[in-house]
Design a binder for this molecule. Structure first.
Ligand code: PLP
Length: 411
């Protein structure tokens, strides 16, 4: 019998998975080149080169590189005209920065439920959340899987509301064969250490709109004016610029990212083939027009009723014992203390009671069903990805056939 590692058997996998990010010789050379031959910060050639290349890579006209995805969000919201007391519609299932950047812009995050199959904001619920204060809809391409941009753009157009994509996890992802980011007014990316393009920290805003690009430039660069004097400040901005060393690390990654995307896609479809055959495990759905996912995370769902009621936590423990680290990921954002206990600090939230919110699909996904795997599991060869698939099969089969030891297992 193939005893589970949780109960003393041999784990499916004892080796680690490919590490991420990858410190290649090209990055070392690029860093040294900047060290010796370029400015290290503002005005560097490499930053301009990176912005041009990144914009073109994401099918956009302009890119404004920033110090992080969070600062990119703040800059983009301000440049889109978000003012004190305005509302910004965000999905409730995302990283904190999607909503906290709204607060940082003195505005109000309005949480909308997701579609549990895609993990992305449910467009059918957006119109009910629109008020006369709504300035921006901020969809997130969660795990790198594009949100339903046709529906969201149509709502934006109908109501005269800007769409800004949070594409922090979606480098190279495509909606209807166009790269995400500049499908609406603009979009943001993150180059934080775990991301599919990484400089340790960093971010960017992309857009096709020149006036918006110029405002982003100003907000991210101390309120300076494009083509203006060094000490001329038109907006309340800050120093949210990307450093030249980070830009020099990012530029060569635009050459390797397409191959990485192909590899992630190939391994993801191998994994999905196995997961789709396991009753009670459902991989994240891609919409027909999501012509490419960045696969930044591998998201799937766990239905405990298919596994004799065994809690998801016990499944995670059993997977971990097999050498595959899975975890639950985000909690519903509106439950985070910062949105509910700081009325004194954010007077513009008066009258918004996040404690009363209950968004059923977000809660079902976060509290009961989500299974996350990190993207580096997709960066190996066929044996590596089959180890992941085999661990899912081994654990779930045993949970179905022989539930008692799981049900009495003390996590
Ligand atoms: C969906 C999403 N939005 C925004 C951010 C913020 O990016 P950063 O960490 O670079 O500030 C992240 C990064 O983790 C993210 O995943």
């Amino acid at each position: 019998m193939n005893t589970l590692a949780l109960f003393g058997g041999t784990p499916v996998r004892e080796k680690s998975f490919p590490s991420w990010p990858k410190p290649t010789q090209k990055l070392t050379d690029a860093l040294l080149n900047t060290l010796h031959n370029d400015l290290w910060g503002v005005g560097s050639n490499i930053n301009k080169e990176f912005n041009d290349a990144f914009a073109s890579f994401q099918d956009a006209k302009y890119s404004i590189s920033t110090s992080s995805g969070t600062s990119a969000l703040w800059v983009a919201l301000k440049a889109a005209g978000v003012n004190a007391g305005d509302e910004v519609i965000v999905p409730a299932y995302t990283f904190i920065a999607t909503a906290s950047s709204v607060l940082m812009a003195n505005a109000v995050p309005v949480f909308v439920d997701i579609n549990i199959e895609t993990g992305n904001i449910n467009p059918a619920l957006i119109e009910d959340a629109i008020t006369e204060k709504t300035k921006v809809i901020l969809p997130v391409h969660i795990a790198g899987n594009p949100a339903d941009m046709d529906a969201i753009l149509a709502i934006g157009k109908k109501h005269g509301i800007h769409i800004i994509e949070d594409a922090a996890q979606a480098h190279g992802a495509e909606w209807d064969s166009t790269k995400v980011g500049a499908l609406g007014l603009g979009g943001i990316f993150s180059f934080q250490t775990s991301k599919n393009m990484s400089a340790g920290e960093g971010g960017a805003i992309v857009t096709n709109d020149q006036a918006f690009a110029e405002k982003c430039f100003s907000y991210h660069n101390c309120g300076r004016v494009t083509g203006g004097d060094w000490y001329e400040h038109s907006h309340l901005g800050g120093n949210f610029r990307l450093g030249a060393f980070q830009a020099s690390m990012l530029l060569p990654q635009l050459d390797t990212l397409p191959e990485d995307i192909i590899l992630r896609n190939k391994n993801k479809s191998k994994l999905d083939k196995v997961l789709n055959d396991i009753e009670g495990i459902t991989p994240q759905k891609m919409l027909e027009k999501s012509t490419n996912s960045a696969n930044h995370l591998i998201l799937s769902r766990y239905d405990k009723t298919a596994f004799n009621g065994i809690p998801r936590e016990t499944f995670f423990k059993a997977m971990q014992a097999e050498g595959i680290y899975t975890y639950q990921g985000y909690a519903p954002l509106y439950r985070e203390r910062l949105f509910i206990t700081n009325e004194g600090e954010y007077p513009w939230l008066k009258g918004y009671n996040y404690l009363e919110l209950k968004l059923p699909e977000t809660e079902r996904l976060a509290d009961e069903e989500s299974i996350w795997l990190r993207q580096n599991h997709l960066l190996g060869n066929v044996d590596d990805i089959m180890d992941v698939a085999n661990a899912f099969s081994k654990v779930t089969e045993e949970m179905r056939k022989n539930p008692d030891p799981f049900l009495t297992y003390n996590t």
